[in-house]
Every structure is written in structure tokens, then in C-alpha cells.
Design a protein around this ligand. Structure first.
Ligand SMILES: NC(=O)c1ccc[n+]([C@@H]2O[C@H](COP(=O)([O-])OP(=O)(O)OC[C@H]3O[C@@H](n4cnc5c(N)ncnc54)[C@H](OP(=O)(O)O)[C@@H]3O)[C@@H](O)[C@H]2O)c1
Length: 346
């Protein structure tokens, strides 16, 4: 039994998740509305579509674009007119501690606004993209599941806290009568804006990244993320969260895979605690002088050293998904990256 929806709203539609989701929704001939900001790069949406279909325009033309910021409740209310299904993928992604207030305002405040607007407009269902950063901890060597409790700890990055608190807004909405499903992806591999979010890994290796850490985490293909979201949204799944993660691998393994797929030398220097501490302090100093965001922060360093394993048992049981192997995902994304290098888009 599946729902039939009339109008779907997507937030974060110019991001890695949003662009891929829009294409999949447009293929299914849904009526789609997408919000973007005045500064958003809509060409990025067409560029991503063009990676998968010969003629992206017929898909792009199905989308009704509305300018809105998720921190602005009134424009969200207008964007939700006639909408019965919402995919919430918008978020500010930053590991710079100076962005703490902006992260909370954008991610937590924006999600609270959207939940309130959905309740007011009686939206039928919402799918929220949370993160494995919002999951709890497991004892060493054990896999983290959806049931593990969030640890209030100074060791969590501001981004992590913002994703956890945003998820709490969704659970509050559920308690107030909203039907919603939550996905918690690990690091998403896929072609997007090569300067931001997880797609940046490919640019970093292309530019000759030299260091690796022994940290371990989960990885998942963008195509699996959007397929799972649509499946969970269209089926009778609600008031649950699902970890989306194909495999747990070390940064070293993944960086080597990317380097090999891009035909670049792999990072060869193991980042020792001393080198790591030096790197983030240097990055702090440089940003003091040039005012630009830090390329390495204490939070990125902490997360790159952590060894965390994620269980994907719950989503596999629920939707019977066969995850794309990370090696395949890296190879496909590297091909898109090289295509963009050839056409001057990197
Ligand atoms: N990429 C990953 O590895 C990963 C892993 C786990 C979870 N996630 C989560 O997945 C979601 C999507 O991530 P992504 O990788 O697609 O990020 P992304 O490529 O950086 O895209 C973020 C999107 O959010 C929009 N946005 C940010 N702040 C906004 C605001 N105040 N109002 C309206 N739109 C706003 C951006 O719009 P502009 O174009 O205008 O900036 C952009 O469309 C996020 O919630 C993220 O936390 C990502």
C-alpha cells in the first residue's frame, strides 16, 4: 500500500542530497516545488541532472522554484501552500567552531520553523535528513544502532549538536501529530559542488592531499540515500529513524580508493597526534590573518581520528536494500569528477 501525493516540497534542493532527490522525484512525474535562497546556484542542479540524463531540461522544468530561507517562518508557510509531502535536506554544514551560533540558528531554528509550518499546514508526511553525527555512542568495537542514546559531551562538534537538536525538533513534531521519518546517513559519496560538503573529498585528493588518519567511519552512496528516502516516504513508515550506511572503512582506505580512481598519488603520511595538533593550530592562525573559514578545525581532527562503526541492519530489514559497494561509489563519483575537470567545471 503506497500513498499518492499531489505536491512535494524539497528543502536544500541545490545541495548534494537535494539535487539527486529532485531528479529522482522528477523522473516519477511528481509535482515538485523546491526552495532556494537568493544566493543559491541553480545551475548546479542542471549540472547534476546532466550527469545522469542526456537532456536535463524536461526534468528541471517540472520544478517550481520558490525563494525561501528556512529561518524565515512566513515564507516557509507560503512555500507549503498545497503541499502534502516535505523532504527536508537543507542544513548548514560546517566544522568551524566559530559557526556554532549560525549552525544552531540555521539547522535547529530552521527545522523547528519547518515542523511548525508543516503542523499548521497539515502536511501529510515529512522525511528529514539527519546524520550519523546525531546518533549515540557504542562501546569500543561494537556497532552503533539507532537505539543508542545521545551522549551530552564536550567532544561532540557544533555540527553534531545542531543535527541532534534538529532531530529533536522532528521528534517533537511527531509528538504533536506530524507523520515523519528520519534518515541518518554516514558520509555520503556522490557528485555535487566539489568545494563543499562530502564531495570536497574528491577535490582534496585531486589537489594532492598528503595526510591520512587511521579513523574509521561509515560511507554510503548518494543514490542509495535518495532511493531509501523515497521508499520510506512513499510506504507506511513513520516515527522511526534509519541509519543509511553501506560499509565502515578507514579514512586511509577511502582516500586510497579515491586516489586510485582519479589516478593521483594516495596520501602517504600518517597524521600523528603531533602533526594533527600542529595542522589545526596553523589553520586557526592562518584564518585569523585572512578571515577565511578554517580548513582544519579541532572538530574535523577529532572526527577524523574516531573509530566508529554503524549498523545498517534496521534499514536492510525494513526495505531490503542492497547497498552499492563503496568502491563502486567512489569509482562512479571519480568518473563524474574527471568529466567535470575535462569540461572546466572543477
Ligand atoms: N554530505 C554528507 O556526507 C552528509 C552526511 C550525513 C548527513 N548529511 C545531511 O544531509 C543534508 C544535505 O547535505 P548535503 O551534503 O546535500 O549539503 P550541501 O551540499 O552543503 O547542501 C546544503 C543545502 O542546504 C541549503 N541551505 C543551507 N542553509 C539554508 C537555509 N538557511 N535556508 C535554506 N536552505 C539552506 C543549501 O542552499 P544554498 O545552495 O543556498 O547554500 C543547500 O541547498 C544535510 O542536512 C546534512 O546535514 C550530509
Amino acid at each position: 500500500m503506497f500513498y499518492i501525493y499531489s505536491m512535494i516540497l524539497v528543502t536544500g534542493s541545490t545541495g548534494l542530497v537535494g539535487t539527486h532527490l529532485l531528479l529522482e522525484l522528477a523522473k516519477k512525474h511528481h509535482k515538485i516545488r523546491a526552495i532556494h535562497r537568493a544566493s543559491s546556484n541553480l545551475q548546479a542542479v542542471l549540472d547534476t541532472f546532466a550527469l545522469y540524463v542526456d537532456d536535463p531540461l524536461p526534468y528541471y522544468d517540472k520544478i517550481e522554484w520558490i525563494e525561501a530561507d528556512i529561518t524565515d517562518f512566513e515564507t516557509l508557510l507560503q512555500a507549503l501552500d498545497g503541499v502534502d509531502q516535505v523532504y527536508h535536506t537543507a542544513a548548514f554544514v560546517s566544522f568551524d567552531p566559530r559557526d556554532r551560533h549560525a549552525l544552531i540558528r540555521s539547522n535547529v531554528g530552521g527545522t523547528a520553523n519547518l515542523v511548525n509550518a508543516c503542523l499548521e499546514k497539515k502536511v501529510k508526511k515529512l522525511c528529514y535528513v539527519s546524520s550519523t553525527a546525531a546518533l549515540g555512542n557504542a562501546p569500543p568495537g561494537m556497532q552503533i544502532t539507532e537505539d543508542m542514546m545521545w551522549p551530552h559531551s564536550k567532544n561532540r562538534s557544533a555540527y553534531s549538536v545542531s543535527k541532534y537538536q534538529s532531530e529533536m525538533e522532528i521528534w517533537r513534531g511527531i509528538a504533536e501529530g506530524l507523520q515523519a521519518v528520519i534518515v541518518n546517513p554516514s558520509i555520503i559519496i556522490g557528485p555535487g559542488d566539489w568545494k563543499r560538503s562530502s564531495s570536497y573529498l574528491f577535490s582534496a585528493v585531486w589537489k594532492g592531499m598528503k595526510f591520512y588518519t587511521e579513523g574509521v567511519t561509515g560511507y554510503v552512496d548518494i543514490r542509495d540515500v535518495v532511493h531509501a528516502m523515497i521508499y520510506l516516504m512513499d510506504g507506511h513508515f513513520s516515527s522511526e529513524r534509519y541509519t543509511l550506511s553501506a560499509e565502515n572503512l578507514s579514512y586511509r582506505q577511502v582516500l586510497e580508493m579515491i586516489a586510485s580512481a582519479l589516478d593521483r598519488p594516495p596520501p602517504r603520511i600518517r597524521a600523528t597526534p603531533f602533526l594533527i595538533a600542529l595542522a589545526w593550530r596553523m589553520s586557526w592562525l592562518i584564518s585569523k590573518f585572512n578571515g577565511k573559514p578554517r580548513s582544519i578545525t579541532r572538530d574535523t581532527v577529532k572526527s577524523s581520528k574516531r573509530k566508529v562503526l554503524f549498523s545498517n541492519e534496521k534499514i536492510r530489514q525494513a526495505v531490503g536494500i542492497d547497498f552499492i559497494p563503496v568502491k563502486q561509489s567512489v569509482q562512479d563519483t571519480a568518473n563524474h569528477f574527471l568529466n567535470h575537470v575535462r569540461t572546466g567545471k572543477v
